[in-house]
Design a protein around this ligand. Structure first.
Ligand SMILES: NC(=O)c1ccc[n+]([C@@H]2O[C@H](COP(=O)([O-])OP(=O)(O)OC[C@H]3O[C@@H](n4cnc5c(N)ncnc54)[C@H](OP(=O)(O)O)[C@@H]3O)[C@@H](O)[C@H]2O)c1
Length: 202
């Protein structure tokens, strides 16, 4: 097991609650996303080509065997994933947030959710019995979850590149959200993995 995988397991199983958390408590809602050093998740062309310089294993947030029970993404991010020759999330259910249920012929296991993030979070916490919930992106979906205070873990893979513009990690939040540092680890190619958890508000 590589260093980063080991560390993920530490974060996943070694924190408060330990290994049994995954069995006894509700799943966590976890953002995990590669981000440029200046805070962008896609470049000015909405492209992820800048990530190609990095070994995909270094940027890979989770393997599903390691404890992800569902994936959540926005309609735009879904469109990019669905355009790949192989649907990458066939191992677990995927929920696509949208305002209209007009996504064309989603693959098996893909559910279009038009009832907003709060009801989706309740649904997932009630129905996902194995593993956590991975909010893959993009920016609008992460922001929606954050605005409703629904994110338990915020995990970044900071890539050492300045894009100078593009799609930011967040598309504007109204109030500062304080986080508590859970772990930091330098990975290959100058990537830094940072894991935060939600900090209880004073
Ligand atoms: N760095 C990475 O690894 C990574 C990972 C994922 C995505 N990305 C990038 O992120 C970009 C996409 O981000 P984005 O912010 O433009 O789009 P997004 O969050 O993927 O999707 C936005 C769309 O999702 C729907 N949506 C979002 N929040 C919603 C809510 N609360 N309720 C109902 N529907 C909601 C809306 O669809 P409708 O209103 O159209 O129905 C909205 O227009 C892409 O360029 C992608 O490459 C990067």
């Amino acid at each position: 097991m590589g260093r980063s995988r080991y560390r993920e397991r530490q974060w996943m199983y070694g924190g408060a609650g330990g290994w049994f958390r995954g069995r006894l408590m509700k799943p966590l809602i976890r953002v995990c996303i590669p981000v440029s050093a200046d805070g962008y998740i896609a470049d000015r062309d909405s492209s992820l080509a800048w990530k190609a310089a990095i070994d995909p294993d270094t940027l890979r947030c989770y393997s599903f065997e390691d404890g992800i029970g569902a994936v959540v993404m926005g309609r735009t991010a879904y469109g990019q994933s669905a355009a790949q020759s192989v649907w990458p999330h066939s191992a677990v259910p995927c929920y696509v947030l949208a305002h209209r249920d007009d996504v064309e012929a989603p693959p098996s296991g893909v559910h279009v959710w038009t009832d907003g993030v709060t009801s989706l979070a309740h649904h997932l916490k009630a129905t996902i019995t194995e593993g956590d919930i991975w909010v893959e992106g993009g920016s609008k979906v992460i922001t929606s979850f954050l605005e409703e205070d629904l994110i338990d873990r915020f995990e970044l893979r900071v890539v050492p590149v300045l894009l100078g513009g593009g799609i930011p990690l967040l598309s504007g939040i109204n109030t500062p959200t304080w986080l508590a540092l859970e772990g930091v680890e330098p990975l290959d190619d100058g990537v830094v993995a940072i894991c935060y958890r939600r900090r209880a508000q004073a």
